[in-house]
Design a protein around this ligand. Sequence first.
Ligand code: ZN
Ligand code: ZN
Length: 361
Amino acid sequence: MAQIKAAVCHEFGWPLTVETVNLRTPIAGEVEVRLDAVAICHSDISYADGAWGGSLPAVYGHEAAGRITALGPNAQGLNIGDPVVVTLIRACGTCPSCSAGAPVICETGYDGDHGPLTMPDGSKLHQAMACGAFAEKVVVDQSQVVTIPETMSMEAASLLACGVITGVGAVVNAAKLRAGQDVVVIGAGGVGLNAIQGARIAGARRIVAVDMSPEKLQMARGFGATDGVLATGDTPWRDAKAAMGRGADAVLVTVGVAKAYDQAPQYLARGGKVIMVGMPATGAASTYEAGNFAAVGQSMIGSKMGDVVIKRDIPWMVDLYQQGRLKLDELISGRWSLDQINEAIADTKTGQAGRNVIVFR
Ligand SMILES: [Zn+2]
Ligand SMILES: [Zn+2]
């Protein structure tokens, strides 16, 4: 049992409190990782604000990188001292989804109320998203980590745990984009910028960014957008179609806004697909003219975490980063200490595109 500093949520919508909590030693199949960096994702904020419910008190944080400091029995292929990316993708390896090569939708549940974290008096402390990485250390299942090169920046590596794999994966794995196809990305935020650079890497012809903010559209161009459309008008799809000269083969909705889902099919070419990535608050609904999908062969596909297989996809993304073909450092907008986490969250809520990263050393 170790005592670590963690940012704890005691009540939805209230500031997190940085305090000392208990972290038990890793058991079979688990690893302990001392974190160097953890990025703040909008999912952490949605949870902390209560948008998706969940157990309290809780420790959020799920985009992390650090070094392995302890190994439980049967942790295979990992060594103490290894630098790793720590993700929330906990996969049993044997359920129907894992067996079908879809570990992001592993069917074996995880009970974060009885994970490695407890309060100092021994009472329950929920390990949110099987991770709990707003903390100096985590204990996670070995399926959740991927080793990275010694030369990799830990701050950049932390981004590979969620936003980058979700955006790039949505294009490469979910949309299965072919070179020369046309793409619309709705939302040029943390996931959207990565969908844009995923489309560039996949060889898209036109990549149209759609956002409410001219500044974000400008940033999107730096990640590979060929065109930008302000979504403030009534019919932004008309401008997008004008830029492409046709409808889109893939429309990636990267924001959790029901209106964006309402509008998404309007951007499509015949045969095109909407890839649903952003997650609106629980209970939010969208409506569509159902007949259109069959009439012109369109579809809508949900993609969790970019349908990623982390031990396959993170290593190639690391290589592209090291070649200068995948931008990570450019995604970081601020660096903060764990004690500054509420300021960092407030800054993220201002809606700017970049990622705030908590650094531990
Ligand atoms: Zn995330
Ligand atoms: Zn599974």
